[in-house]
Design a protein around this ligand. Structure first.
Ligand code: PBG
Length: 311
C-alpha cells in the first residue's frame, strides 16, 4: 500500500557518485574523515566507474588531487594532469553508459587552496580566474568529458565556460553549474579528501547561509548563461533552497549531499547511535522530496544496492 501511494522515489539513475583520483598513488588510500571513501589510483578509479555503470548510476563526478600545486593551479590545465588523464581513462572504460562529469575548479590545484588565482592584495581575482576555467574546460572536453561542473562560484563562470566549449568545437559538452553553493562548514572532510591547503575561508565568493533570494539570483544568472543543470550545495541544511530553485527554473536541479553530511551519519552509525542504512535512504528521499531531480552522494553505489534489495 505504501508503495502504491508513495509520492517520491529514489532510483540509481538519479544518483551521481563523486570520486577522487590522486596522482602518484600505488594503491587506493582511505580518507580518515570519510569512512568508506578512498582516494583512487588511476586503475582503481577506472574500476569504480565501471562498477557505477553496472549499478545503473546516473553519473560520476571526478575530482583530481595533483602531486604538485602552485599559485595558478597549473595542473588543472595540463592535458597530462591527473584529472585530465582520469577523464580519458574513464570515458574509454564506460563510453556513455553513464554521464562522466568533472570538477572544474582550481582549489585542488592551487598551493593557497582558493578556487581561483589571487590578485596582488591576496583576494581571488574573478576575471583572471574565468580564463583559467575556460582553458580547463577545453582540456576536459578534449579528454572526452560529458559535462563539466564549474564549482568555484566566480561571477560569469558559466558564460565563460560555455563560450570556450562552443568556440573549441565542443558544443555537445554540457555544464552542471554549481549555482547556489554556500560557504559551509560541511565541506570539512572534503578538504582532507583533496589534501586542500586552504587557509581562511571562501566567504568572498561562496554564498551566505542566511540567504535564499540571493541563491535564486545566482541560479537565474547561471541558466541565462547556459547552465544545463543547476546545483545546490550543501543539501541537508538547504532543502528550502532546493525547493525554491526547483520552482524558479525549468532546467534539472541537482543537490550535493556533501562530505560533512556523509561523515555525520557515518560517525553516528559507528557509535551505534543511528541505523545507518535507514538513515542513508531517508537522507536521499528527503533531498528528492525537496525537489532535487539529481542527487550527488558518496553513498550512490551502496544506495543502488540497498534500493535493489528493498525493491
Ligand atoms: C570545490 C569543491 C568543494 C566541494 C566540491 N567542489 C569544496 C569547497 O568549495 O570548499 C565540496 C564537496 C563536499 O564537501 O563533499 N572544488
Amino acid at each position: 500500500m505504501r508503495d502504491l501511494v508513495a509520492e517520491t522515489d529514489v532510483r540509481p539513475g538519479q544518483l551521481v557518485l563523486p570520486l577522487f583520483v590522486r596522482e602518484g598513488l600505488s594503491e587506493p588510500a582511505p580518507i580518515a574523515s570519510m569512512p568508506g571513501v578512498v582516494q583512487h589510483t588511476r586503475e582503481s578509479m577506472r574500476k569504480a566507474v565501471a562498477d557505477a555503470a553496472a549499478l545503473g548510476l546516473g553519473g560520476v563526478m571526478l575530482f583530481g588531487v595533483p602531486e604538485h600545486k602552485d599559485a595558478v593551479g597549473s595542473g588543472a590545465t595540463d592535458p597530462d594532469g591527473v584529472l585530465s588523464v582520469a577523464i580519458a581513462d574513464v570515458v574509454a572504460e564506460v563510453g556513455d553508459a553513464l554521464v562522466v562529469m568533472s570538477d572544474l575548479c582550481l582549489d585542488e590545484f592551487t598551493d593557497h587552496g582558493h578556487c581561483g588565482v589571487l590578485d596582488a592584495a591576496g583576494g581571488v581575482d574573478n576575471d583572471t580566474t574565468l580564463q583559467r576555467y575556460a582553458d580547463m574546460a577545453l582540456v576536459h572536453a578534449e579528454a572526452g568529458v560529458h559535462q563539466v561542473g564549474p564549482s568555484g562560484m566566480m561571477d560569469g563562470q558559466v558564460a565563460a565556460v560555455r563560450q570556450a566549449l562552443d568556440g573549441g568545437g565542443h558544443s555537445g559538452a554540457g555544464i552542471v553549474a554549481y549555482a547556489a553553493k554556500y560557504a559551509s562548514a560541511f565541506y570539512g572532510p572534503f578538504r582532507d579528501a583533496v589534501a586542500s591547503s586552504l587557509v581562511g575561508d571562501r566567504r568572498t565568493y561562496q554564498q551566505d547561509p542566511a540567504n535564499v533570494r540571493e541563491a535564486l539570483r545566482e541560479v537565474r544568472a547561471d541558466v541565462a548563461e547556459g547552465a544545463d543543470v543547476v546545483l545546490v550545495k550543501p543539501a541537508l541544511g538547504y532543502l528550502d533552497v532546493v525547493r525554491a530553485v526547483r520552482e524558479a527554473v525549468d532546467v534539472p536541479v541537482a543537490a550535493y549531499n556533501v562530505s560533512g553530511e556523509y561523515a555525520m551519519v557515518e560517525a553516528a552509525a559507528q557509535r551505534g547511535w543511528i541505523d545507518r542504512e535507514r538513515a542513508i535512504l531517508e537522507v536521499l528521499i528527503g533531498i528528492r522530496r525537496a525537489g532535487a531531480d539529481i542527487v550527488f552522494t558518496y553513498w550512490a553505489a551502496e544506495a543502488a544496492g540497498l534500493l535493489a534489495e528493498r525493491g
